[in-house]
Design a protein around this ligand. Structure first.
Ligand SMILES: [Cu+2]
Length: 129
């Protein structure tokens, strides 16, 4: 009977050690984050649209992005250009021929812009929805 008792204690002990080693819930601080939580982080790193600024046009001229999306303008021009919002709906860029300018649009709407130098002869539109 003493043998069975010792076997029982040993079996319970081994099982307890096995259970504590195979804990299926490791403490991962990001484990309860959802895709929705991560979306602002992802959009912050990756632009929703990339617009090339050339002589004398934006390509593409019109883009549609989600709310919270970022637009990156990449200047690849010989002349100076800029991004100038007509209704001041977002801060414009400096004028430049090479370089980048970014803006994150956190409100829905239609944002028309043009060039600070060439004006409305260089039209562009950002649609945020
Ligand atoms: Cu221009």
């Amino acid at each position: 009977m003493q043998k069975f008792g010792a076997l029982f204690v040993m079996t319970v002990g081994v099982t307890a050690v096995w259970l504590s080693c195979s804990d299926p819930q490791p403490s991962d601080p990001g484990a309860d984050m959802t895709v929705r939580d991560l979306r602002p982080v992802i959009t912050d790193l990756t632009p929703s649209a990339v617009i090339t600024v050339q002589d004398d046009y934006y390509s593409p001229k019109e883009v549609t992005i989600p709310v919270g999306g970022k637009v990156r303008w990449v200047f690849r021009a010989a002349s100076q250009h800029g991004v100038f919002p007509w209704d001041m709906g977002f801060p414009g860029s400096d004028t430049m021929s090479q370089g980048t300018f970014e803006h994150t649009f956190n409100q829905a709407g239609t944002f028309d812009y043009g060039c600070a130098i060439h004006g409305r002869a260089m039209p562009g539109t950002i649609i945020v929805k």
